[in-house]
Design a binder for this molecule. Sequence first.
Ligand code: ARG
Length: 490
Amino acid sequence: MSQNQFDKKSTAWSALFSEPMSDLVKRYTASVFFDKRLWQADIQGSLAHAEMLCHQKIISAEDHQAIQAGLRTIAADIEAGRFDWQLSLEDVHFNIEARLIAIIEASGGGDAGKRLHTGRSRNDQVATDVRLWLRGEIDLILGLLTELQKALLEVAEDNVDVILPGFTHLQVAQPISFGHHMLAYVEMFSRDGERMVDVRRRTNRLPLGAAALAGTSYPLDRERVATTLGMVDAQGQPQVCQNSLDAVSDRDFAIEFTAAASLCMVHISRFSEELILWMSQNFGFIQIADRFTTGSSIMPQKKNPDVPELARGKTGRVVGHLMGLITLMKGQPLAYNKDNQEDKEPLFDTVDTLKDTLRIFAEMVGGQLNPESGVKEGGITVHPEAMTRAAHKGYATATDLADYLVKKGLPFRDAHETVAHAVKAAISHECDLSELPLNVLQEFNPSIEKDVYDVLILRGSLNARDILGGTAPTQVRLQIERHQARLTRQ
Ligand code: ARG
């Protein structure tokens, strides 16, 4: 065997090398075990590239046909689990290309397989694959975000009039509607959706045609490929990366996606923290269905909120991936560097974690459809009495008393001070503000009249916040309608 003949079949660039790659280096540099996940995007990209090569008369119609048929056979084989992925072929791109060449040769189609890579490099190929794959995943994530928002809206709708204490500093602050509280998360997840739509727009641009880094001398029609791949804007105009160096080297779309995913997980994590608190014995506000909890191996009474706890934990993992990806990019000179192969595992894991989390939360919050009864079952159970009881503690209507005095003509600062005295008195009487007799209240300010009790009760406090974005049930109902209309439009 001549010096250059080693391992010829199993690598695509061996002729130059005087010794084979060591097994350790093969394992270290290979990505096929994780990037084989991109196979559909890889084949989709190759089909579009081959079609364009034929259209531009760079390859013949026969070669195009052979490539098409070969790629379809490969797709079917991978789908059926019949494809033999080889570590020595490094990555998903080389594995598929090598198989294509072999299939076509074996079927008498000559060297058509070897022509597919004309005007293309793995650098623009991989950037295209990741973008195509991520675009599909973003679409799935958008659907899951909608499902979660719908589940939260259902809970909001059922609990507009349920009062719980709103907290600041985790100290009782003011009474709020539980529906209003749920809608706060609907807002967050709707912004997460907006961010995903925005990231999708920048992800959906075509690197192919950039070749290794400088573009190519073949008369490729990049816009044709973009259109074939659905990389178009809202008006149907093809979206093509405009600088070849940038096209192959930047992964900012992946970083942006992971940043959007991190924020979404942070929202999930805050919600998790609340669910965990609310279902603790000290709050007793809600229960989540047993199938989302686990028991203890030693304490027989325990039902632990594992799902929200894990979601809170997995948020750290996704934020970690964001740090990983952004750090991966920071020292890289233009254009492509192998560092970029490291973009995949964090990106894949971010997508998997986010999708699983959104799916499980939609079900945990909203329940599951019972096909027999046609109703959803097993969502969160709300305990309104416990919430109202808690809202009665902590002088949640103190601000309402101050506002009442302002309406009587007192400056707010003086009213604030007056109410502080009233709260102090209520604490020493061990009662709520609404339980102080009128004559006692009048000692703090003589303008206080009987109607003060309307504002001191929780419902009065709630109804008073009848302002856009406020917690008054009329406002909450308007917001629910707005969100419902928005989500049905999507
Ligand atoms: N597996 C590689 C990656 O994920 C494909 C691109 C390889 N390009 C190269 N010049 N070695 O980035």
